[in-house]
Design a protein around this ligand. Sequence first.
Ligand SMILES: O=C(O)CCC(=O)C(=O)O
Length: 273
Amino acid sequence: MTATYSAPARSYGVLQQDQSSSPHEDIAEQIRRLGYAILDSGFSDAELAVISGDFNRMRDSYIRKWGEENLRGANELHTIRAAVTHGGPSFLRLIMNPELHAVIRLLIPGKYFLNQQNGIINPPGQTYSQAIWHRDLPYQHFTTSTPLAVNALFCVDDFTAENGSTFVLPASHKSAAFPSETYIRKHALQVEAKAGQYILLDCMTFHGGGFNRTQKERRAVNHVFNIPYFKQQIALPANMSADGLSDAEKEMLGFTFQEPASLDAYLASRIGK
Ligand SMILES: O=C(O)CCC(=O)C(=O)O
């Protein structure tokens, strides 16, 4: 049993201590130490209603375009890939949210950009592709001193224990291997969050969706932001126009991180640097 009386207020033998002087720094520290945290997006109720409506519209047209049976056959029926390339301005707003970047900037020093943005549906009473333990850099077994990528799962609906809110294995980004079954049984934790919040993870934290025991779908939009050395899940710049995008938006979507196609192009990109 874990008792919850007051923790010691003083320490001895401490030569180094993290400092935190803002809510964003508190969140960044929790992600560094435990691998997960919750962040308020600051979107108003009216903005959340628009995002919710846009999510449904995007999903309907995606299924019409790619076909329900095809998507089911590919185990993709509950995932809407590359949302920003076809879903409209709400999805760019989710990517560029200032609260989100106030935290990611503290976690990833230097440049980072969007690797992927996927709508995720946790369907009632059945399993789905994300409901199994995984890292968002899957098949990778190593640890790093700072995150190489950060996962931001935007909750379109409330995430509750009943509707299969996300499970995390706290601090699992600190060990290369997937933990034992006993460890998982004892330490897996289900994170509840409100619509309009992001569940943030160090991308190496093992996590997975829970089982939705309600009658309603539970919707989310997942984002992975990574250092510019990784390729995107789907090449976003090749699938959307840069017209009307600011320089910051182009950078975040990867337009400025494409690998030069030739030596000529590489040398041209270095002129004046
Ligand atoms: O749906 C969830 O709760 C988890 C989603 C997830 O694991 C992912 O998109 O990587």
